[in-house]
Design a protein around this ligand. Structure first.
Ligand code: NAP
Length: 320
């Protein structure tokens, strides 16, 4: 089916009704679109404010299979987008402002249009929490990272900082000792939130030094991070650590606000799923970091996108 209706002397108009609308254009959204479009399901992606998702903010990706020499995050996402378009996906760089999953066909409202779909895949991802220190944004992807699995190997033989006191922070700190000479864990309280087993593992690791009751004040450097200023909140003593990087591991916020009151969330605010990719609303599916707080990798998000697309295809075959 033609994705665009062209009329004389007018800009191409995007039609309003689709078999499936995918909200979000990260690895989950693009992969889902590649699969649904290839299965001849008329597919629209509404990409949101950051087309490409979190990978647009990273540099080199070394662990996405198929790229022996690695690939830059933005290039990987551009390639996925082109692949979806080649399969016939219509992509609109607009933001969804409201959804109606209570009636069929489902309605999705953006800033400029209202669209309808027989099935929806939510692939809006999650956003890592920011520490809020001076220099954090400036040095993002230049020493400040939100994913140790993604960026850890770039910090071989360096001294680095991990911020946070939960399971993620402990897991990342332990993982990073494979590469770094020394890992400073900066935690705002005098005890960890992490599970006992993770705490014990971190305490046993000789390369990890804990800084209790401490906050990050400023991230400094030239091209890249070279210093981090931290402050002990009980004594107000300020210390400068000569380090090459900061891993912020203080949790993620799933991008679910839009769906409040429409679908069910789990206790942590992520989308609750049954039968692999289905939400509690028949015909609405979810894929990627918006429901998965365990793996949070581009490759797992892509895999969830594939699963949701296969489930959507089956759903449409049974219900259309
Ligand atoms: P989390 O459990 O919410 O912990 C977040 C940590 O960051 C807390 O220590 C918190 O400090 C700190 N924090 C939050 N906001 C901060 C801020 N603005 N400035 C400084 N510090 C801040 O998040 P998570 O560690 O990502 O874990 C999320 C969930 O996944 C948890 O249920 C966890 O058990 C699970 N998980 C499990 C594993 C595993 O089992 N291997 C691994 C990773 C994650 P406070 O303690 O002071 O609040």
């Amino acid at each position: 089916m033609q994705a665009e209706i062209r009329s004389e002397n007018k800009k191409p108009e995007v039609k309003k009704k689709f078999d499936v609308i995918i909200i979000g254009a990260g690895p989950a959204g693009y992969t889902a679109a590649i699969y649904t479009s290839r299965a001849k399901r008329d597919t629209l992606i509404i990409s949101g404010i950051l087309p490409g998702g979190q990978l647009m903010l990273t540099t080199e990706v070394e662990n996405f299979p198929g790229f022996a020499k690695g690939i830059m995050g933005p290039e990987l996402m551009t390639t996925m987008r082109q692949q979806a378009e080649r399969m016939g996906t219509t992509i609109i760089d607009d933001e969804v402002v409201n959804v109606d999953f209570k009636h069929k066909p489902f309605k999705i409202l953006t800033y400029s249009e209202e669209y309808e779909a027989d099935a929806v895949i939510i692939a809006t991802g999650a956003t890592p929490r920011k520490i809020g220190a001076k220099g954090e944004q400036e040095f993002s992807a230049r020493g400040v990272s939100y994913c140790a699995t993604c960026d850890g190997p770039f910090f071989k033989n360096q001294e680095i900082v991990v911020a946070g006191g939960g399971d993620s922070a402990m897991e990342e700190a332990i993982f990073l000792t494979k590469f770094a000479n020394k890992v400073h864990v900066i935690h705002r309280k005098d005890k960890l939130r992490a599970s006992k087993v993770m705490q014990d593992r971190a305490f046993e690791n000789k390369k990890i030094q804990f800084h209790w009751n401490t906050i990050i004040e400023e991230i400094k450097g030239n091209q890249k991070v070279s210093q981090i200023t931290v402050k002990d909140v009980t004594t107000s003593k300020v210390e400068t650590l000569e380090v090459g990087g900061l891993f912020v591991a203080i949790g993620h916020e799933p991008n679910t606000k839009l769906f409040q009151g429409q679908i069910d969330f789990d206790a942590q605010g992520y989308i609750a799923l049954k039968n692999h990719t289905q939400t509690n609303v028949e015909g609405v599916f979810a894929a990627g970091d918006v429901h998965d707080h365990r793996y949070r990798q581009a490759i797992t998000a892509a895999a969830f996108g594939c699963m949701a697309a296969i489930d959507v295809d089956k759903y449409l075959a049974e219900h259309k």
